[in-house]
Design a protein around this ligand. Structure first.
Ligand code: NAD
Length: 332
């Protein structure tokens, strides 16, 4: 600050403020401590790149060394395992496929908790069972660290453009510190409550998303069989009470909309296999809390059947195509 004060006597007020901001922000850039990142897959890779873009040094690892190449070329330091990440960084983000991977990465033989520093902030953005988030948070607490769950909504596109939504659960007093990092990767960072509540919101959202997508697909299919033009039907649904995200933004019928997976043979987007995982989590939590979710159960079964019939890697809106095949109609 001394340098700023010295020049400020010779500069007009607004310019002074500008210089002061520049000096302060270059200082905070310089003082950014490394952030650990574990799991550089479809989502983790672009997320880590956005942290690098914001000036955070990254210490990263992934079981597949290939996955680390891109961020390494951009300056990230790659280490052998999660414990080595924890040795070098006291803020760590994990972005892993499912609950068993998260358990391994935190509590395994070379897991984060083997070398975690006291006071570390651990943020798990994977979509997993909220019970596992709570167990991992309890294990972290024993080591003097804090774990928050922060699953995301938005796919690879949102991860690349830094426009994810983060649903955050954990100690409220740590939220500001978590938000500082998560804001580099997302436009909405929302505090949901105690640890596990971020996962709870994510699971509820995706159960409704699946039910809405199946409902939209069977409605569209019925309309087509009744002789309606799918574009006309969509237009009227979207000005009526049947409107929903799946009809309006992500229509499952090929030819109705541009720029969605249904316009591209259901490539890209959110795979049916990932939907099966999220619906399975909804089923587990519903069973544990004795909550009736009949439509959620049905949605789970439908997506499981789809995966068994070759739709696993197609976008989840391909349920429309699946229903067309089921009722013996020619594919659109
Ligand atoms: P992914 O499979 O592409 O990436 C996961 C990465 O974790 C892989 O690179 C894998 O090698 C790595 N990994 C697995 N076990 C590991 C271990 N023990 N140590 C180190 N690395 C390990 O998955 P993704 O699509 O990036 O999804 C990650 C999470 O985000 C999932 O929980 C998913 O449900 C959720 N999610 C995905 C999307 C999406 O559109 N892909 C959208 C929202 C949420």
């Amino acid at each position: 600050m001394a340098a700023v004060l010295r020049v400020s006597r010779f500069l007009p007020g607004r310019f002074c403020k500008h210089v002061a901001f520049a000096v302060m922000s270059s200082r905070s850039m310089a003082s950014k401590t490394p952030v650990g990142f574990i799991g550089l897959g479809n989502m983790g890779n672009p997320m880590a790149k956005n942290l690098l873009k914001h000036g955070y040094p990254i210490i990263a690892t992934d079981v597949f060394p290939e996955s680390c190449k891109e961020v390494q070329e951009l300056g990230a330091q790659i280490v052998d395992n999660p414990a080595d990440v924890a040795e070098k960084a006291d803020r760590i983000i994990t972005m892993l496929p499912s609950s068993p991977n998260v358990i391994e990465v935190y509590t395994g033989a070379n897991g984060i908790l083997k070398k975690v520093k006291k006071g570390s902030l651990l943020i798990d953005s994977s979509t997993i069972d909220p019970t596992v988030s709570k167990e991992m948070a309890a294990a972290a607490e024993k080591m003097g660290a804090v774990l928050m769950d922060a699953p995301v909504s938005g796919g690879v596109g949102a991860a690349s453009s830094g426009k994810l939504t983060f649903m955050v659960g954990g100690a409220e007093e740590e939220f500001t510190a978590a938000k500082e990092l998560l804001s580099c990767m997302g436009t909405n960072v929302i505090y949901c409550g105690q640890v596990g509540t971020g996962q709870a919101v994510k699971i509820c959202n995706n159960m409704l998303l699946a039910i809405g997508m199946i409902g939209t697909s069977e409605t569209m299919n019925l309309g087509i069989r009744l002789g309606l033009d799918p574009k006309l039907l969509t237009k009227i649904l979207n000005m009526s009470s049947g409107r929903c995200w799946s009809s309006e933004v992500y229509n499952p019928v090929p030819g109705v909309m541009e720029g969605v997976p249904s316009a591209n043979n259901y490539q890209g987007g959110f795979g049916s296999l990932l939907m099966v995982k999220d619906l399975g989590l909804a089923q587990n939590t519903a069973t544990n809390t004795k909550t009736p979710v009949p439509l959620g159960s049905m949605a789970h079964q439908i997506y499981r059947m789809m995966c068994a019939r070759g739709y696993a890697n197609k976008d989840f809106s391909s349920v429309f195509q699946f229903l067309r095949e089921e009722d013996g109609q020619q594919q659109q």
